[in-house]
Design a protein around this ligand. Structure first.
Ligand code: AMP
Length: 217
């Protein structure tokens, strides 16, 4: 099963992608996570990506496309994958199609996790991340056992630069301008489905599983 998760930053794509990865035993490929790992390791890619990420902007297509298309050729992607945060522009989607055509593969479903800007702003201001192990929390819905401290490694939790309110606002603008056109792109291909991302994450997940079940039946 090859799945794309679409939706604004903070709509809950990451949470759903992790659940899908576990249920279907397919890799969860998050370009945001790949960039954050590169930033943490101080790689050249990380240094370049951080410049854009901290401003709420998209990393240029050429830096993203190669990264993902190479990742998709790895052995663990043979049975499928869930793409979280890629593609984010029409050129990225076209590049993905070209790469898939080469291997005679296709995306089975593009799922839009839908949430209003207001719901997203409320949700993202409560997000906290561990700068050491990368674990993520939410002060209301997924609080750490001890306030402000990572359950896994004991490090002090932070509000990521790209989750700060002014950056979130910019990221939403960028989403509407550059990523939202992908909804029509996949609708035209007949593979777009939409789920409500504002309700409880387990409920949203049930909706996604029902959609995927109907497709593979
Ligand atoms: P995410 O964790 O998916 O919200 O991504 C965090 C940030 O990484 C985004 O705001 C972008 O700056 C960058 N990023 C992640 N995926 C992409 C992509 N496919 N194209 C361009 N930039 C991306």
């Amino acid at each position: 099963m090859r799945i794309i998760l679409l939706g604004a930053p903070g709509a809950g794509k990451g949470t759903q992608a992790k659940k899908l990865s576990l249920k279907y035993n397919i890799p969860h490929i998050s370009t945001g996570d790949i960039f954050r790992a590169n930033i943490k390791n101080g790689t050249e890619l990380g240094i370049k990506a951080k410049e854009y990420m901290d401003k709420g902007l998209l990393v240029p297509d050429e830096l993203v496309v190669e990264l993902v298309t190479v990742r998709l050729t790895q052995e663990d992607c043979k049975r499928g994958y869930v793409l979280d945060g890629f593609p984010r522009t029409i050129p990225q989607a076209q590049a993905l199609d070209i790469a898939l055509d080469r291997t005679g593969e296709r995306i089975d479903c593009a799922i839009e996790v839908d949430a209003s800007d207001m719901a997203i702003i409320k949700r993202m201001s409560g997000r906290r991340a561990c700068p050491v192990c990368g674990a993520t929390y939410h002060i209301v819905s997924i609080p750490p056992r001890k306030e402000g401290i990572c359950d896994n490694c004991g490090a002090e939790l932070i509000l990521r630069d790209d989750d700060k309110p002014e950056t979130v606002q910019k990221r939403l603008e960028v989403y509407h301008e550059q990523t939202q056109p992908l909804l029509s792109y996949y609708k035209d291909k007949g593979i777009l489905k939409t789920v409500d991302g504002v309700k409880d994450a387990d409920e949203t997940f049930k909706d996604i599983v029902a959609i995927l079940g109907a497709i593979s039946a």
